[in-house]
Design a protein around this ligand. Structure first.
Ligand SMILES: Cc1cc2nc3c(=O)[nH]c(=O)nc-3n(C[C@H](O)[C@H](O)[C@H](O)COP(=O)(O)OP(=O)(O)OC[C@H]3O[C@@H](n4cnc5c(N)ncnc54)[C@H](O)[C@@H]3O)c2cc1C
Length: 419
């Protein structure tokens, strides 16, 4: 089956691969990988750039075999890499288990999310990749290799950018199921938010700030996802922001029914931690996204820099989101080594204009050591990645050992981390 007309979810990248394979057995996967001069894994296609792409064979992980196996004794779950968080979380909840964090959408595959360092929000919430305690991947020679937390190469192999091989199975840490209440508060003055940023983000297990920057003096919405078993009581107001009078969508003009339940009604973690419901289009559905992860010590200055560009950002922006992510030790995780604030932009799909603006935005964020999200749109070049990721030489060595002939290299990797 050719996919020369194939597009990613957002429609802003047309795959150049000549062939799409969807193996249903490990034998079929091995046949595809070993026959290909070049190959890449493809999950649910929610990345906004060419990271998935290859001049050879795109290998969908959606039909790879394997059950979801919960190990209650170790509090871990073994999953096929192509499973989507939406389906995995339903199964976990049915058996009384939970994940510590979720991204804004449950539509993405586990393999795709961990390969790019995908994250949710929360001062104590690490990236989804940080919950990985083991993985199995097929290298270009058709071998299956298993790595577990503590192995020398493990911390380099989780946020892999797909450069080591096709991840077939992943083991994730679990916790017992828990409840979450979600509330939206509206209208915090930006100066107040910047003065009290740590107090705001620590106000609940997961906190997001949304704003369109149309009014550079106001943060439009603060989303609180509160765990009644851990968090303080829900506040009446959040630094001047008042509870929304009804359910809200973060992107102005979009229907709130596409979002998870709000107004403080308690519900299971999987139905509150993501902003968007699995059975609806996430976000606006007509968009491209960028995101930069900045050490928390720079958060206020980085937000001031963004605010100073509000007049240029706002015309292209649907909404911006500010989240926090706890540090991990994964070499290419954007939260590697230090707690970060994630500065996200949902742009109108005006690619040319967005690409023209990004160098200005990225120059403004450069002093703050901003690491771009691996799965989103950025114009940052290879030289800068070498400065942003101290373990990049080790990652290149890992890639050389796992994939000596560069089967999983592609143009995006050559432009960023494997020049
Ligand atoms: C509406 C929307 C909301 C989003 N919200 C968030 C958010 O809240 N937080 C956040 O951090 N990101 C967010 N993202 C970005 C998204 O989480 C990432 O782009 C993620 O990589 C998508 O997963 P996927 O399964 O679609 O991966 P794909 O886009 O299919 O692939 C991404 C990368 O992973 C590699 N890969 C996929 N599967 C495997 C595998 N089995 N083995 C090896 N490599 C593999 C691919 O080769 C590619 O390099 C959002 C995206 C969208 C469209």
């Amino acid at each position: 089956m050719t996919i020369d007309a194939g597009l990613n979810w957002a429609g802003n990248h047309r795959y150049t691969a000549g062939r799409l394979a969807a193996p249903t057995t490990i034998g079929e996967l091995r046949a595809e990988v070993t026959a290909a001069d070049h190959a890449r894994a493809i999950g649910s296609r929610h990345s906004f750039n060419a990271l998935c792409d290859t001049e050879g064979t795109l290998i969908s992980t959606a039909s790879l075999p394997g059950d979801i196996l919960i190990d209650e004794a170790t509090m871990r779950v073994h999953v096929p890499a192509g499973v989507r968080y939406g389906e995995l979380s339903r199964r976990l909840e049915a058996e009384g288990f939970a994940l510590p964090a979720m991204a804004s959408l449950p539509h993405i595959s586990v393999g795709g999310a961990i390969a790019t360092g995908t994250h949710g929000s929360g001062d104590a919430a690490q990236s989804l990749a940080a919950t990985v305690s083991g993985l199995e991947l097929m290298t270009a020679d058709g071998d299956l290799r298993r790595l577990v937390r503590g192995d020398d190469d493990f911390a380099g192999a989780v946020v892999s950018l797909g450069a080591l091989g096709i991840v077939t199975r992943v083991t994730l840490d679990l916790e017992p199921t828990y409840q979450v209440e979600q509330r939206v508060y509206e209208g915090v003055p930006v100066d107040v938010a910047l003065e009290n940023l740590d107090a705001i983000t620590s106000g609940a297990t997961s906190v997001s700030l949304f704003t369109t920057w149309k009014n550079p003096d106001v943060i439009d919405q603060v989303w609180h996802k509160r765990r009644p078993d851990r968090d303080a009581d829900a506040p009446a107001t959040v630094f001047g922001a008042v509870p929304a009078s009804g359910p809200r969508h973060p992107v102005p003009g979009n229907p709130a029914f596409a979002c998870t339940t709000q107004l403080g009604e308690p519900g299971a973690w999987l139905d509150r931690l993501p902003h968007f419901r699995l059975d609806h289009t996430p976000s606006s559905g007509t968009e491209i996204q960028s995101e930069y992860l900045v050490p928390r010590r720079h958060a206020v200055d980085a937000l001031r820099a963004i605010r100073s560009l509000a007049g240029r950002i706002a015309p292209l922006l649907q909404v911006a989101e500010v989240r926090t992510v706890a540090a991990d030790d994964l070499w290419l995780s954007p939260a590697s080594g230090e707690d970060v604030v994630a500065l996200h932009f949902t742009w109108h799909p005006r690619t040319t204009e967005v690409l023209a603006l990004l160098p200005t935005l990225e120059a403004a964020l450069e002093p703050f050591e901003a690491r771009p999200h691996w799965g989103k749109v950025s114009t940052i070049g290879a030289d800068r990645y070498a400065e942003l990721y101290p373990r990049l030489p080790d990652f290149r060595d890992l890639v050389d050992r796992f994939d000596p002939h560069g089967v999983f290299h592609n143009a995006q990797l050559r432009a960023t981390v494997l020049p």
